[in-house]
Design a protein around this ligand. Sequence first.
Ligand code: GDP
Length: 613
Amino acid sequence: MEELEPTQMTTWQPSSAPVPEGEIIIERGSTAKDVGPKLNRSATDIIRFLFLQGEIVSAVQSLSDDMIELYADEVGADVHLVDPGEQKEAELLAKFFDEDVDEDVVAAIARSPVVTVMGHVDHGKTLLLDRIRQSNVVAGEAGGITQHIGAYQVSWHSRSITFLDTPGHEAFTAMRARGAKVTDVIILVVAADDGVMPQTVEAINHAKAAAVPIIVAINKIDRADANRDRVLQQLSEHGLVPEKWGGDTIVAEISALQGTGIDELLEQVLLVAEIGELVARPTGRAVGTVLEANLEVGRGPVATVIVQDGLLCVGDPVVAGPAYGRVKALINDQGVPVKSAGPSTPVQILGFSEPPFAGDEMRVARDLAHARSLAEARAQRSRLVGQQPVASSSGARLEDLFEQIQRGESATLNIVLKADVQGSLEACTESLRKLEREDVKLVIVHRGVGGVTENDVQLAKASSATIIGFNVRPDRRSRELAESEGVQIRTYEIIYKLIEEIEAAMLGLLTPLYEEVVTGEAEVREVFRVPRIGAIAGCLVLNGAITRGSKVRFLRDGAIIWKGTVTSLRRFKDDAREVAAGYECGVGLSDYQDLKPGDVIETYDEREIPRTA
Ligand code: GDP
């Protein structure tokens, strides 16, 4: 009988001890047992509090970010959540680096803007960058060899502007994906003869996602077939309505070839920068971002950084990502050694222990030992992360949507949408828009025709988006990148399925998810016609293995052109059950005859993905 008695409730008094002052660093996924003591509370305090909020957790169960924040709020603690394994790093940063801002009683003053040039290939980005550089690089350096270090500064009407020298979206997005914000203004180059092209649209979406102001440069106006009005019209269709049509997009007309209109363009850049009220401390310990880094023979690790705050000096102990060291030399954008570099100045740093990564934050430490301990903590974490599968996904997942809605937040689902043809892209967009509700916003961060590219994955990561592919597939490299970056790619072949799933996600009713696992990939080298049998594709297996009887689809430029099964598989003259990577084989295509060399054959399996939560 005694055993059957309910155990007596222990009397429990909520602790009322004061919570520690200042920022408390807590790793994501900590348990009540971990978090309690850090806040001068017991695990029971937390469990009970959460219970009253309707959440039942045990002392050793990982708490969600919200639970930790909710409790911290309740007891009035200031918590800073960091990724698992990042605690040491965050503590070091807080201890040795964070007082920089208060410590320096240096008032911030205006700094020059940092500009990135974007646009479609061949629209004149490189020529524009070269032109600006030639005509405006600080006087007195004539004849000097201009060195490409990833960025340069020009002086114009006694003001200066910094240009990032690597046009293109990859660099920009890769930086943003790492949390670095370097660019203040984007110049979007559109060729007047060619108009708005896919990469123009991509650039617009990247800029919007990063909330960086855009100035449009209509280039090649010297050409006879230049059609400015058409460009303006197309830009308006993408939400960039020019000022002269009553919108707020600044448009400059230029010819990078003849050098016309460039002064006006620079003037506009300075105007936009002024509105942005860009300021930085002119002295004090420097903070910046790594633009690029490599190992050079005879010079060792060389990193180009852009200083964003404070003054970087020769002799400073610095740390960037997992690299640290004492600045041995600083080289400016003209290849000239300098003693120091202030805000918005790009410089090469010599003296790092190893090359850091583009997008890494660079900081000056008070002491070389501080720099080293921070770098080592990071190196250790990256080793740990490298060994583990990515735990927390950085892109948004459909599964998380309902949770957001339930929390009463207005939820947003960011989407990168790719489809096989313009028609289906429009159809998907339309149907998705119709799903929008008051409490759930759908934001299409980027949409385009074509396969899912690495660039799409980068963009999705940087803007916490889910990638939706309609009748298109990611190639192997984008798939791998998505996996390592924790970005979700969902592909559909029927519109109503797509709509159904998004709707289900909104209602928290996602049914078991089947994930397709690609088992083999082969490239078609040649197609043979065999009488009575039909077409046989001579293929080279690139990855995995092709197995007879497995499900297969054919891809042309990333778009699905056919689906079915592998009916016959041959290696030389013999039937084969399976052909592995590196070998050639013949694949029989029962009812699909229209294959071409260069097409890709992809075989896949379906497996159920366990749902989290
Ligand atoms: P990017 O791919 O955007 O960097 O384009 P480039 O700067 O390499 O330019 C592509 C081509 O367009 C080159 O052959 C340039 O000479 C040409 N180009 C660039 N700007 C102009 C221009 O203002 N007028 C004319 N006619 N051609 C230009």
